[in-house]
Ligand binder design. Structure first.
Ligand SMILES: [Zn+2]
Length: 573
């Protein structure tokens, strides 16, 4: 069917090409970015479509979510209304998740006079037949995705029950994988390190930071070969059951196959299924206002009775040492706040070390506190040569003088707050139109439900089939409702932010020097966070600051408040 709704006579319709390669597909034949591009260009030429831009390519992104940078850019581009088609090789390039995602895309594109196409689906989405066919393809893509996930999960579980370890990037420290990568072998020279770590905790009561420093000082690299051991890694060593051995008799009742352990021997435990990891992409606005697409993993712990124990070889560490280390570690933890009475308004990464880029933290003891480079404090003078100590009262006064001078200019503040709201809005794509299309979809599904019920009442289809169809429709309806709920939540958040921004602005418009001076340290800290203030504190004492706009201000410029009189104190340690 020739389509001439948009293109004028003799003018070729404009087309954009979309390519997606997920990480599992890389290297698979027909799925490489080049393969897809060749096929799309060929199709565009055959149909005499005019390719408007270079292809939009998402590499390493799953089709399970719509949060993808190239797809976003394409969605923005289509708003210019000169695009007649967007085309991908396969329909599952657009979406491999919920049918609602595909629906949102289709409706959004339609709203801009654009139609979604794919080489494996040539039907007209606007006809009932086309819609049915498309629906089948989408349903199949979703089924495939679930099947793959289910198969891997069940396969892993079976392996664990057979006493096999599911290999990840790194084995637990002190072990290596055997040749088939499904069991552990002890690495004695590393177990020595594990024992020493446990002894530092159990016998000397050392904290993790101190242990990390000690290991670095003697030149023992971390499990991933870094100079410093991270605190979570050390904590994991204290709690890891691979090092805590039990006699075979104790373990046996926990195992689905009692022959996995030999009487008279001891074994550590590697646990399978402690938590369920669900990864998804999200859209996020970074400190610099740039959109990024980090992969976030949500970890949901599983109930203890669902864990599967896999016995691992005895590492030779005395179990009473492991128990003692855990005891000391878990009973000695104290809150890290050094002085609860005072609020440190420049903590939390507002002051930056110009030398290493790290944050300034609080140092000192008794009544003498100062801000200093945290990197140097944690890792010593070789990690950062900045030995500056900043007097708390002086630096706080200087930063506040700078910020209050900004605050007393409502124009500057207004621009800042608007910029902040705009950057948050970019995360949420036009919620009302997404909602509208979802609502439409739900109405259609509800109509379908009525039609199925009518067909049953008229005796056209059997009770069994009616039940199955209704169940499927209900599942789709609840997916859509879930999606609508999350869109409404997001929109609500932006509204709240807008309201918050307006009231902030209101406060600043009425701000007088006296009122600003009356703000508490906590309120000041809040303001710093809101305007995303970062202050660079170089050693020669002329500071500069970055905030929401990314601008750099010399910190001593235009200060008439008289608060700043002295230079930054610099003491060598
Ligand atoms: Zn530093």
């Amino acid at each position: 069917m020739p389509d001439t709704r948009q293109a004028g006579a003799g003018e070729s319709p404009g087309v954009l090409l979309y390519i997606r390669v997920s990480s599992e597909e890389s290297g698979k034949r027909g799925y490489s970015s080049k393969d897809q591009q060749d096929r799309l260009l060929e199709e565009a030429e055959r149909r005499r479509w005019k390719v408007l831009e270079v292809p939009y390519i998402d590499l390493g992104y799953s089709g399970g979510f719509l949060e993808r940078p190239a797809l976003d850019a394409m969605r923005d581009r289509v708003e210019r209304r000169d695009v007649r088609y967007v085309i991908a090789c396969y329909r599952d390039r657009w979406s491999r998740g919920e049918p609602a995602d595909m629906w949102v895309l289709t409706e959004e594109m339609k709203g801009h006079g654009c139609s979604i196409r794919s080489l494996d689906f040539q039907g007209d989405i606007d006809t009932p037949e086309g819609e049915l066919q498309a629906g089948i393809l989408d349903g199949f893509a979703r089924f495939e995705k679930r099947k793959i996930a289910e198969r891997t999960r069940r396969g892993k579980k079976r392996k664990a029950k057979d006493g096999k370890i599911i290999a990840s990037t790194f084995p637990d420290y002190g072990f290596r994988y055997n040749s088939t990568r499904d069991g552990y072998e002890v690495v004695p020279e590393r177990i020595v390190v594990v024992r020493r770590i446990l002894e530092m905790v159990a016998h000397r009561g050392w904290g993790l930071t101190r242990i990390s420093k000690a290991l670095a000082a003697e030149g023992t690299p971390s499990p991933t070969g870094k100079e410093f051991w991270s605190l979570p890694v050390l904590k994991k060593i204290i709690d890891c059951d691979c090092y805590r051995t039990y006699p075979a008799e104790t373990l046996r009742p926990m195992l689905s196959n009692p022959h996995l352990v030999e009487s008279g021997s001891r074994y550590g435990i590697w646990w399978f299924g402690k938590a369920r990891h669900v990864s998804r992409r999200i859209r996020k606005v970074g400190d610099d206002g740039q959109l990024t697409y980090p992969n976030t993993v949500t970890k949901t712990p599983n109930p203890r009775n669902e864990w599967i124990a896999v016995p691992v070889p005895d590492c030779g560490i005395d179990p009473s040492l492991v128990d003692a280390a855990r005891d000391v570690y878990h009973s000695h933890r104290k809150p890290s706040r050094q002085n609860a009475k005072r609020f440190w308004q420049l903590s939390g990464g507002i002051l930056r070390c110009p030398h290493c880029g790290g944050a300034y933290g609080l140092g000192g003891h008794g009544r003498h506190f100062y801000y200093r480079c945290s990197t140097r404090a944690a890792r010593g003078r070789d990690a950062c040569s900045n030995s500056t100590h900043l007097k708390v009262s002086e630096i706080e006064a200087r930063v506040w003088a700078f910020v209050s001078s900004l605050l007393s200019d409502p124009d500057v503040m207004e621009r800042g707050i608007r910029a902040m709201i705009d950057s948050e809005k970019r995360v949420v794509k036009d919620p009302s139109s997404e909602l509208k299309s979802l609502l439409k979809r739900r109405t259609k599904l509800e109509d379908g439900r009525t039609a199925v019920e009518d067909a049953y009442l008229e005796g056209i289809i059997s009770g069994e089939r009616t039940k199955a169809r209704l169940a499927r429709i209900d599942e789709d309806i609840s997916t859509i409702e879930e999606k609508m709920r999350s869109i409404r939540e997001r929109a609500k958040r932006v509204d709240a932010l807008e309201a918050q921004g307006e009231s902030l602005l209101d406060v600043y418009k009425r701000a007088t020097p006296e009122r600003l001076a009356a703000l508490s340290p906590e309120q000041r800290h809040d303001i710093y966070t809101i305007i995303r203030l970062k202050v660079d504190v170089p050693m020669d004492a002329v500071m500069s600051a970055r905030w929401l706009f990314g601008n750099v201000f010399p910190l001593d410029a235009d200060l008439d408040s008289g608060l700043v009189s002295s230079k930054v104190g610099s003491i060598c340690d």
